[in-house]
Design a binder for this molecule. Structure first.
Ligand code: SF4
Length: 300
């Protein structure tokens, strides 16, 4: 068989399809870009600080040094993601308005303070990888893949996979959705490490200092694999028939495709997306500023 590139199924793609197949279609099939916001930027920035923190010697992993890394990682983020983050309207304010920058930095310091309440990084000496890309085959058409924030490996304690979230600790079905992401990674890890199942998965919520942890086992991984296969079959079915259900929920308020969504009077035509974005720009800017003030939206 010719070397056909396999479709890459990630936790966020699965999550998107589960939330709303039409939203998934706009994102993945039509490849409409979602403009980044300041919440995504703050999330990336906080992750970069923690990643650099773990590159320091154990004794140097202090709160003060973490604060210092906020300024240090900024040019690295901007260089690495220049095109992507150039679309965030607040980037120039962060760079040129000292008061705005201080407010933005204070929110990251808040996440760092909460992080240090949850863990003492000076004592975590088994970190073997950060921002690690992992992947495995689901079937002959698809592979599972994703980035793991942090992996710890020890002969005694086994493998632990951790993920930082810069939003609030979720409850109910939302905590289940976040844990699904961690079981997804655990499944990939086990498949790629001769069945060695991670002993623990841990989600650290840096907005309010919450933790959700679980212990994967074969039964849980079998369930998650069956779940992913079922969703993958539905995705293929929707693609073959070009039938994408729309599912209205409170989350529609955060959906970038609302202006073209038929549920809200839109045409459903991806070609209208650029036009809708241009006409919505002033409101989008105002909404982003509100989010910075209240810090209400969660980012991973
Ligand atoms: S606005 Fe709601 S229903 Fe429409 S595509 Fe987005 S998530 Fe789906």
């Amino acid at each position: 068989m010719a070397n056909v590139k396999k479709f890459n199924l990630s936790p966020s793609k699965v999550k998107d399809f589960m939330q709303c197949p039409l939203m998934y279609k706009f994102k993945v099939v039509d490849q409409l870009s979602s403009p980044p916001g300041i919440d995504a930027l703050r999330g990336t920035h906080t992750h970069a600080v923690l990643e650099e923190l773990f590159k320091l010697k154990s004794a140097d992993r202090t709160v003060e040094n973490a604060y210092g890394l906020i300024e240090y990682v900024w040019p690295i983020i901007m260089k690495k993601n220049a095109t992507y983050y150039s679309e965030v309207p607040e980037v120039s304010q962060i760079e040129n308005d000292a008061e705005f920058r201080e407010k933005y930095h204070s929110e990251i310091r808040g996440c760092i303070d909460n992080y240090f309440k949850l863990e003492n990084p000076a004592k975590l000496n088994m970190v073997t990888a950060q921002e690690k890309w992992v992947q495995t085959d689901l079937d002959d058409k698809a592979k599972l893949g994703g980035f793991i924030d942090r992996v710890e490996e020890s002969d005694v304690a086994g493998v632990r996979i951790s993920d930082y979230k810069t939003g609030k600790t979720p409850t109910g079905q939302f905590s289940t959705k976040d844990l699904f992401q961690m079981m997804f990674y655990s499944l990939i890890w086990a498949k790629e490490h001769k069945g060695d199942i991670p002993k623990q998965v841990k989600l650290l919520y840096l907005k309010d200092g919450g933790v959700i942890a679980d212990q994967p086992n074969q039964k849980k991984l079998d369930e998650v694999e069956a779940n992913i296969k079922e969703i993958w079959a539905k995705i293929q079915d929707a693609q073959e028939n070009n039938e994408w259900t729309s599912c209205q929920s409170k989350l529609c308020d955060y959906c970038n495709f609302k202006p073209i969504c038929p549920e809200f009077g839109g045409s459903g035509d991806p070609k209208d997306y650029a036009l809708a974005q241009v006409s919505a720009e002033p409101q989008a800017g105002a909404a982003q500023k509100r989010k910075l003030t209240t810090g209400e939206k969660k980012e991973g």
